[in-house]
Design a protein around this ligand. Structure first.
Ligand code: COA
Length: 316
């Protein structure tokens, strides 16, 4: 069912000041800049300081998104924060963000964990809630402190991830901009391929090759299905904002869809994989650099632990 009158009114992003390059990592584990760039496309990532929290990064991105949208904190009545690295198990980090922003008590605030697909899950949830007419302005945020879950002795995973936050303000459409559709999926049978098992010091465990293969197939399926639903061809998509995990995954997706590399927004060279923050960070960069123009139709497409995956179509 479509809710045709809801749009993304503004976006914002925040990255911690500290940058960790591949050369820095080569001093920590047995790796090289050349290996990381060739296999992943990643050159550097931002890493939060010891006292820098997911809620603080989320609030910074949200403030930028509110300013961009021309919406005040008082007008927000829904905050959905996608994260797998909440400040604490409880309360929800969204409530901490609410407090930091001064969003009024009548707002509903909750966290959502769909790993790297989290922003799309949060976007679809907010879209449905706004579409019901019971909420008017939503903050949809993806924020992660992945560095807190990384095993800094495991070279096969520690080179991949970074920290950061991205946010979007959703509200009543102005002009022709609107969210056209969203489609979410999950395959719990593959949950073991990428997980953080409980333990004294929980860290990310991943079967990289299997994840790679699933990622390309799932993002292709999610793209084809949403395009078909909306009677669009891939050629009609002016820009694709994919989850930023690995440049080779994005290139393979482009080949399967018959889309040239320049159609894809890529910022993983500077951010690595920031999980739920990855799509909103890339979206904000794309909008601010003029890659998303009024009237354009943009495809957002993600995959992540779960395995979750999904797609969304947004008109500007
Ligand atoms: N530096 C140097 N060598 C490394 C390394 C590193 N950082 N990480 C792994 N290697 C080694 C491995 O030990 C292995 O050595 P071996 O052949 O002697 O055993 C070799 O490189 C090949 O490892 P493999 O895992 O097969 O490499 P790959 O080409 O599959 O690339 C990933 C590894 C992780 C980059 C790739 O599988 C990937 O990106 N997968 C998807 C991960 C992802 O997107 N996760 C997030 C999902 S949201």
């Amino acid at each position: 069912m479509s809710s045709p009158f809801i749009a993304i009114l503004g976006t914002g992003a925040h990255s911690p000041a500290k940058v960790l390059t591949n050369h820095d990592l080569a001093r920590l584990v047995d790796t090289t800049d050349e290996w990381i760039v060739t296999r992943t496309g990643i050159r550097e990532r931002h890493i939060a300081g010891k006292n820098e929290t997911t809620s603080q990064m989320a609030a910074a991105a949200a403030r930028a998104a509110l300013a961009d949208a021309g919406v005040s904190a008082e007008q927000v009545d829904l905050i959905i924060l996608a994260t797998l690295t909440p400040d604490q198990p409880m309360p929800a980090t969204a409530c901490l963000v609410q407090h930091l922003l001064g969003v009024p008590a009548r707002a509903a605030c909750f966290d959502l964990n769909a790993a790297c697909s989290g922003f799309l899950y949060a976007l679809d949830t907010a879209w449905a809630m706004l579409g019901s007419g019971r909420y008017k302005h939503a903050l949809v945020i993806g924020a992660e402190k992945m560095s807190s879950l990384v095993d800094w002795t495991d070279r096969s995973t520690c080179v991949l991830f970074g920290d950061g936050a991205g946010a979007a303000v959703l509200g009543p459409a102005r002009g022709t901009a609107q969210i056209l559709g969203a489609r979410l999926y999950a395959e719990g049978a593959h949950a073991h391929l990428l997980c953080v098992p409980r333990g004294p010091k929980p860290v990310i465990q991943m079967k990289g090759r299997e994840i790679f293969k699933n990622a390309v197939r799932e993002m292709e399926d999610a793209t084809r299905e949403i395009l078909e639903q909306h009677g669009l061809t891939a050629a009609q998509i002016s820009c694709v904002i994919p989850h930023q995990a690995n440049l080779r995954i994005i290139e393979s997706l482009g080949q399967y869809l018959g889309l040239p590399p320049e159609r894809f927004v890529v910022n993983l060279d500077r951010h690595g994989n920031t999980s739920a923050a990855s799509i909103p960070l890339a979206l904000d960069e794309a909008r601010r650099s003029g890659r998303v123009r009024a009237g354009d139709t943009t495809l957002l497409v993600a995959f992540g632990a779960g395995l979750t995956y999904g797609s969304a179509l947004v008109r500007w």
